[in-house]
Design a protein around this ligand. Structure first.
Ligand code: SF4
Length: 236
């Protein structure tokens, strides 16, 4: 069933531009199209498209409680520019309290298991809550961001969250993203100018060096595992 819907969407939108696809999806799934932003460059491109689309697509963010001040700054600027609500999902307070009481505030540096536990509490659980009841989840994934994103399609079925994913910037290059942001005067995270490309929580993100992989600055102390579970969400 889900596979046939994905195929149908791929066929029906094949000739559409991004703005036409947004309008189409909003019409096909009224009130059930949702976009997750973490205010990174790709997400800001999509926010700009959604704001201009004049649709009822919901925009939301996960406030993990550990974000950079610069991320809150671009969040604030985005609200002011587009005058459009952004829903905020925070982790369950009791889960965070228990985690910190039992393991301290920086347990994510101690082991991969601890890091995944923190991501699960602060990101995966709130994401599940945000996506519940929706039909289409728009993401800012790009194929060149990591090896395991190379085989993604424009539309995918995400079995973990039981939702159709739409990845409109899948084939965009970083240069195309940067050009769009500049040409359209879209608010950007000030950290990008300091060598940060993929920006997540403050204690788990660093700037990257020239020539390093785009996601090398995420959980840099781990040798593998450059995902937080949002796009492969299972408590491992
Ligand atoms: Fe916790 Fe770091 Fe994951 Fe943020 S990125 S939820 S601080 S482990």
């Amino acid at each position: 069933m889900s596979a046939s819907i994905v195929q149908e969407l791929l066929e029906k939108t094949a000739a559409f531009s991004l703005d036409e696809t947004l309008v189409f999806l909003a019409g096909e799934f009224p009130g059930k199209v949702i976009f997750s932003t973490s205010f990174g460059q790709e997400d800001q491109v999509i926010t700009d498209f959604i704001a201009k689309s004049n649709t009822d697509i919901t925009v939301f963010t996960l406030d993990t409680g550990r974000l950079f001040q610069e991320t809150y700054d671009v969040f604030h600027k985005t609200l002011k520019k587009y005058k459009r609500p952004i829903e905020v999902y925070f982790p369950e307070a009791t889960s965070v309290e228990k985690l910190l009481q039992e393991k301290g505030p920086n347990s994510f540096y101690d082991s991969v298991e601890n890091r995944k536990e923190c991501c699960f509490i602060r990101k995966v659980v709130p994401l599940r809550k945000a996506l519940a009841g929706n039909s289409v989840w728009i993401t800012g994934l790009r194929a060149e961001q990591s090896e395991n994103r190379q085989d993604l399609n424009l539309f995918e079925y995400d079995g973990n969250f039981e939702i159709i994913k739409f990845n409109p910037l899948l084939k965009w290059t970083l240069e195309e993203v940067e050009t769009y942001l500049s040409d359209n005067n879209v608010p950007q995270n000030a950290l990008h100018k300091q060598g940060f490309v993929s920006i997540g929580c403050a204690p788990c993100t660093r700037a990257i060096f020239p020539g390093e992989d785009i996601r090398a600055g995420r959980w840099w102390w781990e040798s593998s595992h450059k995902e937080c579970g949002l796009h492969s969400a299972k408590k491992e």
